[in-house]
Design a protein around this ligand. Structure first.
Ligand code: FPP
Length: 240
């Protein structure tokens, strides 16, 4: 008897890490405590993704809409990015993780922009796991910036509007060079995309999980991958 075919693995997993606030509230603690625990869940997930053979992992760390939260919470999220990079970059670099950050850089504090550039350049040669952190990121903002770049190129006469194709558009997104996500996970039971990877998720399988992000672990990632492996992807066709 032929051996069973291996279940398909998602090459690219994208995660909306939701539920930090509720997790903290359940424990009578401030929301920022939930975010700090969220970083621990991120550490576990990066490790598990590498072990399981996921090649691309993209996580939503701070959205363009998160600026509406109280300043104290916004500052805490920026501090967590600083802390995560300061504590983990050496290990990530050593373990073959390539770090990228997508989102609007303009307007970020200069030290954050520097930290991001340093993390990207120090890991640029790695390719075991590609970790992309969406920070000050919004899908509509990303698409608008790409449209603006193309409009500027057209006005300058470098391209003709009729030559703009989905491929050319994609090459102007923050994710240029990354494959689209195969599996998009959102934790905490919400079933919304919340402006995350709107263009890129066109054919992603969507997994909405009840677990709150700080409780996410290897078993939860395995569960999401198992869900993906059971799906039959058609990309707009009707299948065999
Ligand atoms: C959503 O939970 C989560 C966020 C807005 C931020 C996600 C950030 C982390 C996991 C830690 C930071 C990591 C980096 C690398 C910056 P929520 O606050 O909306 O939770 P709620 O819906 O329960 O209120």
């Amino acid at each position: 008897m032929a051996a069973p075919l291996p279940a398909p693995m998602p090459q690219h997993v994208a995660i909306i890490m939701d539920g930090n606030g509720r997790w903290a509230k359940q424990r009578g603690r401030p929301r920022t405590f939930g975010h700090a625990e969220g970083v621990e869940a991120l550490r576990r997930t990066v490790e598990a993704a590498g072990d399981l053979g996921v090649r691309f992992l993209t996580v939503f760390g701070f959205s363009t809409e998160n600026w509406r939260r109280p300043a104290e919470e916004v500052n805490a999220l920026f501090d967590l990015l600083r802390l995560y990079v300061a504590r983990d970059l050496d290990k990530l670099a050593k373990e073959g993780v390539r770090v990228r950050v997508i989102g609007e850089r303009h307007g970020l504090q200069p030290d954050i922009a520097g930290i991001i550039e340093d993390a990207e350049s120090r890991t640029a040669h790695n390719d075991k796991l590609n970790l992309t952190i969406a920070f000050n990121y919004g899908g509509q903002d990303e698409i608008t910036r790409a449209a603006r770049m193309l409009a500027q190129e057209a006005v300058a006469g470098r391209i003709a509007p009729k030559d703009i194709s989905p491929e050319m558009f994609e090459a102007h997104l923050d994710t240029a060079g990354l494959p689209p996500p195969d599996l998009l996970v959102r934790t905490s039971g919400e079933s919304r995309l919340s402006n995350f990877m709107l263009w890129q998720s066109a054919y992603a399988e969507l997994a909405f999980m009840d677990v709150l992000w700080p409780d996410f672990d290897r078993a939860a990632l395995e569960e999401a991958i198992a869900f993906y492996s059971r799906r039959e992807r058609r990309y707009g066709g009707h299948g065999a």
